[in-house]
Design a protein. Sequence first.
Length: 184
Amino acid sequence: MYTVRPILPHFLLWLVLAPLFLVEFRVFEELLEKRALVDPARVQHAIAEITDVREGADGGDVRYRFQVPGDGHWYSASDLLGQRGIWTPITREARDKAHSKGQRLDVAYLPENPWANRISGQAGDPIAGSVASWAFFLTFDLLWLYESFVLVRNYVRCQTLAERRQTARLRFWEARPASTLPFM
């Protein structure tokens, strides 16, 4: 009698990549939010209060917070992992404008999710960064899908070989006589 057994070390990459598949949806959602923030018809504006400044040659970084009219909650910059009040790079012009306006800058936010926001004068291209993040995770997701396909395909192959009483060792699986199994 032959049996199909897993080769556990081969499953390591597949198991490591599996959680990244779930992150892909959040990364794509963030990309859609960043795209919505550049659409004037979808955003609202508020005045953000600069709470902390790190000076830099290119303008530096700021932490800010703002309130949505009719909502007593404070909102700030956040990231993919849900961290809030993170440092945001701004241009030198935005830093100078904030100094002249009493440490305040305009912030655009999405009414349905004020945590999705962009302060005026933010350095860098947010859409390019979000596309790069999405492409990075998509690459790993495609690798995971390929590995899942190989996992199933090789299981079916090993089943067929075990039925023919042939020994085989493929990625993820092996077919071998049941009497050679350890602890049996």
